[in-house]
Design a protein around this ligand. Sequence first.
Ligand code: PLP
Length: 476
Amino acid sequence: MEANQFREFGKEMIDYVAGYLENIRDRRVLPTVEPGYLRPLIPETAPEKPDKWEDIMKDIERVVMPGVTHWHSPRFHAYYPTANSYPAIVADILSGAIACIGFTWISSPACTELEVVMMDWLGKMLALPEPFLACSGGKGGGVIQGTASEATLVALLGAKARAICTGKAEHPEMSDADIVAKLVGYTSSQSHSSVERAGLLGGIKLRSLQPDDSNKLTGEILEKAVQEDIEAGLIPFYAVCTLGTTSSCTFDNLEEMGPVCNQYNIWLHIDAAYAGSAFICPEYRYLMKGIERADSFNFNPHKWLLINFDCSAMWLKDPSWLVNAFNVDPLYLKHEQQGSAPDYRHWQIPLGRRFRALKIWFVLRLYGIENLQAHIRKQIAMAHHFEALVRSDERFEITQEVTMGLVCFRLTGSNEMNEQFLKRLNGKGVIHLVPSKIRDTYFLRLAICSKQTEMSDIDVSWKEVKETADEILAKK
Ligand code: PLP
């Protein structure tokens, strides 16, 4: 494809994308296709001779769209949001054109340097303590990871490197393997499944602690487990505090967990994948009280801050633990400026990395902090609107406190009835929700996801919920 054809194809695609997002409300949120629907719609082998781009355009509606779940429909309420905005889409086009792989500073200086500054911009927007920011002139700094799962694993590996180093200083007779065999980390049974996976991938024991009655991990619960393990001859080294759990958007008690971690030299990692975006609004920062005690902090702008996937923002007070843990230094990756700017390859698992800082830059500049705050506040207000509607109907109950853009609710009655209720609700295809279960209680999660969602959409979603409840209860 030559430049002139690219111009035509690109312009046509931009028009298509704008139309798709503008009119997404009119599409059924969940597709009706069956597994295997796609194969018969396209040839069995790649074309010998080139197709025309116009034919590809025609195939989007014929082949792709029938099988798309429309995550940006205002009626999509499943999981948590995944961000989407025009400035981020445009930035990704530029990133695709530059197509550099920014693993070291010299491999594309702008890629690294814009990332360093954007992580400072974002960190300041969240009022992160100075030691996390590169501009503080200390050791700390931020990095864009692909996902929160990677950030949790990378933090665990940094903690493991630190624990091996301290362990050997205290017990020179012990080998690395002896120390690793004694390491134990802590998480809550309400943490995201990626935390458990980080333990498996990192080859260390992670204890899944039972949180308190309001589903929060507390300092007391953590300290009790730590003391038990020390008595058993183990070495506590890592703990994850979740700010905004996946099931119910509950906040662990960071203020209590921090001092325990500091006292026992445990690396404290904060997973604020979804809720972290809300900390750009000062009124929600009470939920991150105690953050100065953490070693690493992560949230996903790709969830709630209008920056398209993938963009997971991670800060570390002392990245040297990672840099040392992951430092393999072949000659072909060395460069003369080594040490004067971060070589991000040492801060992550893969070598390659895209120019993702562009989309942060575009979004922050074209929205401004003010409009991003307005976006978060509007979505939380809509969650409270839905909560009020649920509370106004005595057939329902709210199962968790609503703090952010997630409402957890159920029909008062058995789990089985609620399962049938959700199946029927999703089956109609107008709205889409997913369930969760805590302590054997099955409930529905309604997340405010799309940037386009308005109060009137919430009323439509509530109408669906209410009418489906009428049907289910009439059958009883
Ligand atoms: N942590 C929490 C609290 C989450 O809610 C999620 C996903 O919803 C994750 C981690 C995983 O995020 P990612 O897909 O970026 O790994």
